[in-house]
Design a binder for this molecule. Structure first.
Ligand SMILES: [Zn+2]
Length: 281
């Protein structure tokens, strides 16, 4: 499979549940890279940005969780499972029953049903829910895993404690599928593709689902919100690499204008999304 058009000619009966697990309270310009010329004109007021997790049900492989969202401990204590240092900086709004484990339960799945967790990157708002899925095989980009072990990564928002006791594997990327340089056909059946989109973090990844209703691109933090793409302002992180990844996403969206795109933390998109228990097919 060397091009998306051929891939999308053979869609798979996937179900995608979008779970709004909580919100992160941050200034309005947090989603834009400081090196971009437009950064100064971005709004600075604090706002709540959604933290999403996704459940994908594959007809043969069962349930996969994509990112893990906000942990339920934020309902009981202000720093939740971020710890006092990062918890003071990153303010979370949580609601009982919204964390991924609780939402999956109301969809009829229990935590042991989650055998597979795919992480877009290792920032704490994406790994917070991971301790609820101890039995799962966890997958992440190899560069991301390597980088996240450093002290600097901890200061940038990677919480090692979330990964304690987890079995962590790394994506095996195959050749390029334009416009993405490195693509992992995760199940080997053309249903779920992890595409390498580094920049926001060292090994940030996005996901493309080859669903019957049309392709779905989950940008995760390669584009926090639609404005990143519209204005071509990369997210925080390595400016050049993030801009290159954003450019690949833009080319993909232009080539497949009917693809559904779900952004990482877009407060303006939240109201338009069909949230779980509704689902996309
Ligand atoms: Zn992030």
């Amino acid at each position: 499979m060397s091009n998306w058009k051929d891939i999308f000619a053979h869609p798979v009966g996937l179900k995608l549940y979008v779970m709004h697990t909580g919100s992160v309270h941050m200034s309005g310009n947090i989603h834009f890279n400081k090196k971009s010329p437009e950064f100064k004109s971005m709004p600075k007021d604090k706002r709540f940005n959604p933290v999403l997790a996704y459940a994908v049900v594959h007809p043969g492989k069962g349930l996969a969780l994509l990112d893990t969202g906000v942990h339920s401990s934020f309902c009981d204590r202000p720093f939740g499972n971020f710890g006092p240092l990062l918890g003071r900086i990153v303010k979370i709004k949580a609601e009982r029953g919204r964390d991924a484990a609780s939402q999956l339960k109301s969809l009829g799945f229990s935590p042991p049903d989650v055998r597979l967790v795919i992480l877009s990157h290792l920032h704490l708002d994406h790994t917070s829910g991971l301790p609820d899925f101890k039995g799962a095989e966890v997958y992440v980009d190899a560069d991301e895993l390597k980088a996240a072990g450093s002290h600097a990564a901890m200061l940038e928002g990677c919480a090692k404690a979330h990964r304690e006791g987890a079995t962590i594997n790394t994506f095996r990327y195959g050749p390029a599928v334009e416009p993405f340089d490195r693509v992992c056909d995760f199940f080997g059946d053309g249903s779920l593709f992890v595409v390498s989109t580094p920049g926001h973090t060292r090994g940030n990844a996005a996901v493309i689902l080859n669903a019957r209703g049309g392709p779905i691109l989950l940008t995760f933090d390669a584009a926090h919100r639609k404005a990143n793409l519209d204005l071509m302002i990369p997210p925080k992180g390595d400016y050049e690499r993030a801009r290159r990844s954003l450019g690949a996403i833009k080319s993909f969206v232009e080539a497949f204008p009917r693809a559904r795109v779900v952004y990482g933390h877009d407060p303006d998109q939240l109201g338009e999304l069909e949230l779980a228990p509704s689902f996309y097919t």
